[in-house]
Design a protein around this ligand. Structure first.
Ligand code: ZN
Length: 455
């Protein structure tokens, strides 16, 4: 009954609300004639004639930027980068020669016999062999490593290290590599013995998990072994970086700087880590050598990697490369040992003496996979470039920093060269993209009033 009552009350109040205006207007009508009320009607002010969009040709601007690096400077960065193509082939050929010598001179077979003489347990035989193999490979490839990462870097003025400092870093790297490789190889051989036919699947799973683990711990435990990481010191640039980071949902305390000048003058920044350890780090060189607009352009790119989850995308792609790689190793090992196994004294896949075969095949696989790996990386980088332009809105800062990065990257490769060898878009691609972005944003006041590009 009370329910009915409330409903009636509700209905009445709704009716009262609806009738209210009618009642009021009847009241007005009863008061007699009166001047119509004058109301001010708000109209939108007429649009002010838009400021003319300045004439801007993105192609001309791109070419004008590219022309800023010429002569010996251009020749030097071209020579440095093109030398890298040769080194890729030389590195693979060198590895094949080392593996060939280990196999045909039966050094590998003797290393296995040595491990068998020490212990009868196959798990430990594999561990001893793996440890020996790592040392042999590091020593055998030392001349090439020394040339590639010390002498050549000095030749092109890209290194700040003395030979002593270089060896210290190299020793630390080898110590980590020694432990990591020995454990991984030993575990994989255990899997090979347990599942001789299905081992590539298990080995892939273990290697992917291992890669994820390394990604997780490296920013916290590995990177600090080579450089000192500190939070970026306070400055107006830092404020704009933090604002950009916050606006894009990046945890604000995650911008670090590190003393990359210990090793070289290269300007760069990176995103590293997985799960809880992801962080953005800028080199001290970037902070010293770049303008605030350039720093913002770089940070926009790095924030892009973070927001777009590129460390995870990267891991997924690497997983695919690993799975195909182990399948290729298994197939090639069986094919090669069927022909040469007698000469090498290596026949079974579970024999650690066959590791040089896997090493050689692995190096060939990585060489063949170079265009695929670079294309995966280049596409991810191009996404971060676009994100960075949208976030930082510094197309000219982006263009000039692309020029500064060309100290060690060829600025204008052919399309085929870029496809095969470039893990980042080339300087030309990046500047062209930034100028195209600018051309499409000239109606925005900040871009129209921003820096003038060369034409
Ligand atoms: Zn990047």
């Amino acid at each position: 009954m009370s329910g009915m009552f409330t409903r009636i009350c509700l209905l009445l109040s709704v009716l009262a609300m609806l009738c209210g205006p009618i009642a009021a207007s009847t009241a007005v009508a009863q008061e007699g004639p009166r001047a119509a009320p004058t109301a001010t009607i708000e109209v939108q002010s007429l649009p002010v004639a838009e400021e003319p969009v300045p004439a801007f040709d993105p192609v001309k601007a791109t070419n004008a930027y590219l022309a800023q690096i010429s002569g010996p400077q251009r020749a030097r960065s071209d020579a440095y980068y093109e030398g890298g193509y040769v080194l890729l082939l030389v590195g693979t050929a060198y590895a094949l020669i080392v593996a060939g010598l280990l196999l045909w001179l039966r050094i590998s077979a003797r290393m296995r016999d040595f491990a068998q003489a020490i212990t009868r347990i196959r798990f430990w035989q594999a561990a001893i062999y793996a440890a020996l193999f790592f040392v042999v490979i590091v020593v055998a490839t030392l001349p090439l490593t020394l040339y590639q990462s010390f002498y050549r870097e000095h030749e092109f003025g890209l290194s700040n290290q003395t030979i002593g400092q270089w060896f210290t870093d190299f020793a630390v790297l080898c110590a980590i590599g020694f432990v990591a490789t020995t454990i991984l190889v030993t575990v994989i051989y255990a899997v090979v013995r347990a599942a001789p036919n299905r081992w590539p699947i298990w080995a892939s799973a273990i290697t992917i998990a291992f890669a994820a683990f390394v990604g997780l711990i490296s920013p916290v435990y590995v990177a600090p072994l080579f450089n000192t990481y500190t939070p970026l010191p306070d400055s107006p640039v830092k404020q704009s970086i933090l604002a950009m980071a916050k606006a894009n949902g990046v945890p604000v305390d995650n911008v670090y700087t590190f003393d990359a000048s210990r090793q070289s003058d290269r300007i760069s920044a990176n995103v590293s880590g997985l799960f809880g350890t992801t962080r953005i780090s800028l080199t001290d060189n970037l902070m010293k050598r770049a303008t605030p607009a350039e720093v913002e352009a770089v940070l926009g790119h790095e924030i892009g990697h973070y927001v777009l989850g590129h460390t995870y995308t990267g891991l997924l792609w690497i997983a695919l490369v690993i799975v195909v790689g182990f399948w290729f190793l298994n197939f090639s090992f069986r094919f090669l040992t069927a022909i040469f196994g007698g000469n090498w004294d290596v026949r079974q896949i579970d024999d650690p003496a066959g590791l040089p075969v896997l090493y050689a095949v692995g190096m060939v696989y990585l060489l063949l996979a170079t265009p695929a790996l670079n294309t995966i990386s280049r596409n991810i980088e191009a996404q971060a470039d676009i994100f960075g332009l949208n976030a930082a809105r510094q197309p000219d800062g982006f263009a000039t920093i692309a020029l500064k990065l060309s100290e060690y990257r060829k600025l204008e490769p052919s399309p085929l060269e870029e496809f095969v060898f470039y893990d980042h878009p080339s300087g030309r691609s990046r500047i062209a993209m930034a100028m195209q972005w600018k051309a499409q944003h000239l109606r925005d006041p900040d871009i129209r009033k921003g820096p003038v590009s060369p034409q």
